[in-house]
Design a protein around this ligand. Structure first.
Ligand code: S3P
Length: 180
């Protein structure tokens, strides 16, 4: 089985609902290494859920902590598949920080229609879209994705995910990483 180098990280990024956690978990299992999700890491460290962080402490606090925890995780000396939050690459110098830490930065690219389809039924648990009326969701996500794509596209690898199974996406990522 292919094994990543000690201390090597594979970082997954992409919009909310792009499958970062699902793919990350599966990829880590395949590579027999640890999987870590930045939101989960923050929830553990803060002792409250992400929606609660937004509600009780605000987005500015969330973004500051997100940057701090990102650096903390990237400094861990172990193999990791690491999924970021949808906004992580967009704030501060996070994208540069990730690209400097590892060559394995992968953008999971999912079409707008597919994202809206996935996010509409679960928007309540997502602070940034929870209050967007259903009929405005497509337009909101479209604009948001457009703004964020500039940052996502800086990833070393872009994997188009529409129409592929999680297993297919995982093996595509593996072959990209192996060809380093
Ligand atoms: C956010 C995405 C969320 C979470 C927070 C903010 C964003 O992560 O970090 O709600 O700015 O897009 P997921 O992309 O894992 O849902």
């Amino acid at each position: 089985m292919y094994k990543i180098k000690i201390g090597m990280k594979i970082v997954l990024l992409g919009y909310m609902g792009s499958g970062k956690s699902t793919i990350g978990y599966l990829l880590a299992n395949t590579l027999a290494c640890e999987f870590l999700d930045l939101d989960t890491y923050m929830e553990r460290a803060e002792g409250i859920s992400i929606p609660e962080v937004f509600e009780q402490r605000g987005e500015i606090y969330f973004r500051k902590k997100e940057e701090e925890y990102l650096k903390e995780v990237l400094a861990l000396e172990k193999d990791l598949v690491f999924s970021t939050g949808g906004g992580t690459p967009v704030y501060g110098r996070n994208m540069e920080t990730m690209l400097r830490a590892t060559p394995n930065v992968v953008y999971l690219k999912v079409s707008l229609d597919k994202l809206v389809q996935r996010l509409a039924p679960e928007k309540e648990g997502r602070p940034l879209i929870a209050r967007i009326p259903d009929q405005e969701l497509h337009e909101f996500i479209g604009k948001h994705l457009f703004e964020r794509s500039f940052f996502y596209q800086k990833a070393r690898y872009v994997v188009a995910c529409d129409g592929k199974t999680p297993e297919e996406i995982v093996s595509e990522i593996q072959s990209l990483i192996q060809s380093l």
